[in-house]
Design a protein around this ligand. Structure first.
Ligand SMILES: NC(=O)C1=CN([C@@H]2O[C@H](COP(=O)(O)OP(=O)(O)OC[C@H]3O[C@@H](n4cnc5c(N)ncnc54)[C@H](OP(=O)(O)O)[C@@H]3O)[C@@H](O)[C@H]2O)C=CC1
Ligand SMILES: O=C(O)CCC(=O)C(=O)O
Ligand SMILES: [Mg+2]
Length: 741
């Protein structure tokens, strides 16, 4: 045990990082009299980039590898980490962040697009370490328990968010391959003994190339391999584009290019190339010269043609307009700025984009800024069917009603880089026609596929201990709530059938008498849960890693308007606690609004709930009485916060994130003053509560006064601490009261 009980609060990116400048001083002031330390570690994209280049940086610019430090901490029983959402960077974001740091004087190399020299290859390898979902898989040494707290659900019932109407004749649908994709080509084995597998490609000419020399497997580990055919993908995309045009609906593509950082950018690139086929063919030589890489989105072309002579640039721009005119209308990310769904792979992320579309009545934005029905293309069919199930349900029954609907919490398998989380170093774009074999240390071929050039092949691992832990967590949640628990597993899918065998085995380790535990294929499980949710009933979804990601945005966004309000706990397998805040992302749009008009609409409710859970964990594991008082009083404050509707508004002139933090501090201080479990804390916080209450009008006025003007925070990926702190703490009165604790 550390001498001082310590909570680590992560420094991340974008909106949650801005909110931290305001919230963390409040948390530190409130914990100060309790002997609990609240420390930060920097796992922001900028911090992670900097940590990779200690050899190039002077001492004053270095940042240690805090992510690795926290990864090691998650293995210890006293880990207590509050993890805010961070950027999982696409290549365009990574390049922007590097450019910002270079401008600030960091002597970092450019991101090498085509590494040739040893030095470039080394830089590329370091940058690849921070690319995509590089943070969560390192910290998630446990499975996930995500649900809407009761107070949040009650709030949504009383103050339902708006839901777009669903018409019975909506033409919105999901397009998916169904054959020759990851789902249909999957093979899976469970190894009975520990082994080490080699992944090898053998060309049609007999030449052998080792793709990955060593992948150790533990006894009982599941290993899958699968591939998506390039030819099938391209022909599918061609068909979908024609279909969207014929049906007069928008064409939209929904991928997870951040989490699936090797496979999905390749798929994204194919979609861009098919959509702009004629344009690309006509200007092939120029695009090659410019080194345009469509895996970084159509935006890569738009950016790179800026350097062309004016007439050439104008010619290509005219052809772009012609491509827009001849294809189906594209769904837009920002119609004012002409940013389409195909511009940047990290702009449209399936877990958030599909629910947002469903909440809006099955519609996305067109180029004129109007909403339209859409063909939502999700190439791989492993999980696409769940969205079709939701669309069908809404078409038949109308939009779900937040006032009456039940809930679908999730128990997700993700520990130890389970399933797709660990696939990055085992995903390959196939160089030529041949076979890929996975062979164990005895030389036995475990898995084998015949592949063609351009196919995307990948393998995933799932260790046994995390599956056991996940089954236990599911049974515990079913017992604690009395709700049915449904494992979303398809016995006809190779990987799932291996998981089902383990689930059936490990369920026997638990007392399941009286519990309703079922195993249903994902689309069926979705339909079952929707039928119940419409009747106001709750159903626990017990899923693998990708469905965990999808469902913990999907249901929260429909039920409570945003996944930011979720309780998101990761009980670490070695006894520690990782408390994630919300279930969504880092809301880049909120930063844009903040710098434009000094208004931050980020809702920190996820942080408030995570903090209460973190104190509770400290209280339980370290028998820390003051932590228990902090947990209970913060719980009460969170309830009052919701009751009084103190979340940020969306418009200037209402309280924003900073105002919401003031009210949390007020209610928390009042609860500390009202409790009788700890006289010392009562005595400290009674006068603070008094001062905060007396100064309510003044503090709110000081906070509102700054709104409506541009604000300089000294950087996007690495804000200047002094400037950002000043901007996010505009109330001198509040700052003084906090300093007096
Ligand atoms: N756990 C993690 O670390 C995660 C990180 N990410 C990363 O976040 C970035 C953005 O991802 P994206 O898919 O766009 O999803 P986001 O969740 O960041 O944004 C989608 C929308 O959700 C709403 N929203 C999300 N959080 C809040 C909040 N706390 N308060 C109020 N509204 C909120 C906003 O809607 P509105 O515009 O209506 O205000 C926002 O525009 C990416 O870099 C991605 O990789 C994504 C998911 C999880
Ligand atoms: O790690 C990431 O990139 C995203 C994770 C995510 O979206 C989630 O866990 O819900
Ligand atoms: Mg997610």
């Amino acid at each position: 045990m550390p001498e001082v009980p310590t909570i680590i609060y992560t420094k991340t990116d974008e909106a949650p990082a801005l909110a931290t400048y305001s919230l963390l001083p409040i948390i530190q002031a409130f914990t100060k009299p309790t002997g609990i330390a609240v420390e930060t570690r920097d796992i922001s994209l900028a911090g992670r980039i900097i940590s990779q280049f200690p050899d190039l940086l002077p001492d004053n610019l270095k940042i240690a590898d805090h992510l690795a430090e926290l990864g090691a901490l998650t293995l210890k029983p006293d880990a207590n980490i509050i993890k805010l959402p961070n950027i999982s960077a696409s290549v365009p974001q990574l390049k922007e962040a590097i450019a910002e740091l270079q401008k600030k004087g960091y002597p970092l190399p450019d991101y090498p697009e085509n590494p040739q020299t040893e030095q470039e290859k080394d830089a590329r390898a370091r940058y690849d370490k921070v690319k995509g979902s590089a943070v969560n898989p390192v910290l998630r040494e446990g499975n996930s328990d995500r649900r809407a707290p009761k107070a949040v659900k009650d709030y949504a019932r009383k103050h339902p968010h708006s839901m777009g109407a669903w018409s019975g004749d909506s033409k919105t649908s999901v397009g998916t391959m169904g054959k020759n994709d990851f789902f249909s080509n999957e093979k899976s084995v469970t190894v009975s003994e520990a082994t080490d597998v080699k992944i090898e490609f053998t060309g049609a000419d007999g030449s052998v190339k080792v793709l990955k020399e060593s992948t150790p497997l533990k006894a009982g580990e599941i290993l899958d391999a699968t591939f998506m055919s390039k030819e099938a993908l391209v022909s599918f995309l061609t068909g979908q584009i024609a279909q969207a045009k014929a049906d007069k609906v928008l064409f939209s593509l929904h991928m997870k290019a951040t989490m699936m950082k090797v496979s999905d950018p390749i798929i994204f690139g194919h979609a861009v190339e098919v959509f702009f086929k004629d344009l690309i063919a006509k200007h092939a030589a120029t695009l090659k010269e410019l080194n345009v890489d469509f895996r970084n989105g159509f935006g890569d072309l738009v950016a790179k043609i800026q350097s062309l002579p004016a007439d050439k640039k104008a010619e290509i721009e005219a052809d772009i307009q012609a491509a827009y005119a001849s294809g189906p209308a594209l769904a837009m990310v920002n119609s004012d700025k002409g940013i389409t769904n195909l511009h940047v792979p990290s702009d449209v992320i399936v877990d958030a984009s599909m629910p947002a579309m469903i909440r809006a009545g099955g519609k996305m934005w067109d180029q004129a800024g109007k909403t339209q029905d859409t063909l939502a293309v999700i190439p791989d069919s492993s999980y696409a069917g769940i969205y079709q199930a939701v669309l069908d349900f809404c078409r038949a029954n109308g939009a779900l009603d937040p006032k009456t609907m039940g809930s679908v919490p999730n128990v997700g398998l993700m520990a130890q880089a389970a399933e797709e989380y660990g696939s990055h170093n085992k995903t390959f774009e196939v160089p030529a026609k041949g076979t890929i074999k996975v062979t164990d240390s005895n030389g036995t071929v475990l898995l084998e596929h015949a592949v063609e050039a351009g196919d995307i092949w990948r393998a995933c691992q799932t260790k046994d201990a995390p599956v056991q832990d996940w089954v236990k967590l599911a049974v515990n949640r079913a017992r604690a709530t009395g709700s049915p628990a449904v494992f979303w597993l398809d016995k006809n899918r190779a990987h799932d059938s291996q998981i089902i065998a383990k689930v059936e085995k490990y369920l026997k380790d638990h007392d399941t008498a009286g519990l309703d535990i079922q195993i249903l294929a994902p689309a069926e499980a979705c339909k079952f849960s929707l039928e119940r949710i419409a009747k106001g009933e709750d159903t626990i979804s017990v899923t693998g890693n990708v469905l965990r990601d999808y469902l913990t945005d999907l249901f929260p966004i429909l039920e409570v308007g945003t996944s930011a309000k979720m309780l998101s706990i990761v009980p670490l397998m070695n006894g520690g606690g990782l408390f994630e805040t919300g279930a969504g992302g880092s809301a880049p749009k909120h930063v844009e609004q903040f710098v434009e008009e000094n208004y931050l609409r980020w809702d920190s409710l996820g942080e408030f709930f995570a903090l209460a859970a973190s104190f509770e964990h400290l209280a339980e594991t370290q028998k820390h009485a003051k932590a228990k008082v902090l947990a209970d009083t913060l719980d009460a404050a969170n309830g009052k916060f919701l009751e009084n509707d103190r979340s940020p508004g969306r418009k200037l002139g209402t309280i924003d994130n900073r105002g919401s933090h003031f009210y949390l501090a007020l209610y928390w201080a009042e609860a500390l003053a009202a409790q009788n479990d700890d006289a010392e804390l009562k005595a400290i916080f009674a006068p603070i509560a008094g001062k905060l209450a007396e100064n309510e009008a003044k503090i709110v006025e000081e906070q509102l006064a700054v709104q409506g003007k541009k604000v300089d925070i000294g950087g996007y990926y690495q804000p200047d601490d002094e400037k950002a702190s000043a901007a996010l703490r505009p109330s001198a009165t509040l700052n003084e009261i906090l300093a007096s604790i």
